[in-house]
Design a protein around this ligand. Structure first.
Ligand SMILES: [Zn+2]
Length: 78
């Protein structure tokens, strides 16, 4: 497999934290995906997509187990 962005073939399965949006919240999801070691592009197979969709649905339904990792804040700038 070659990276479609940089054409590198240095692609490895890595554990990353994917950010998904649930209304105004951001949920970090630890997940294994293929990551280009050259440019950082992430590739999601069907299994990974399904997992993220399931977690998003659970988060929407307020049935996802979560832990606090810090606050998301917005800078007050014009
Ligand atoms: Zn790449």
């Amino acid at each position: 497999m070659k990276c479609v962005v940089c054409k590198s073939s240095d692609i490895e399965l890595r554990k990353v934290e994917e950010e998904i949006r649930v209304d105004k919240d951001i949920v970090l999801v630890p997940i294994e995906v293929l990551v280009c070691q050259n440019c950082g592009e992430r590739y999601y197979d069907r299994k990974a997509m399904k997992k993220l969709e399931d977690i998003q649905a659970k988060a929407r339904g307020k049935v996802l187990a979560v832990e606090d990792v810090g606050k998301v804040v917005r800078a007050k700038v014009a």
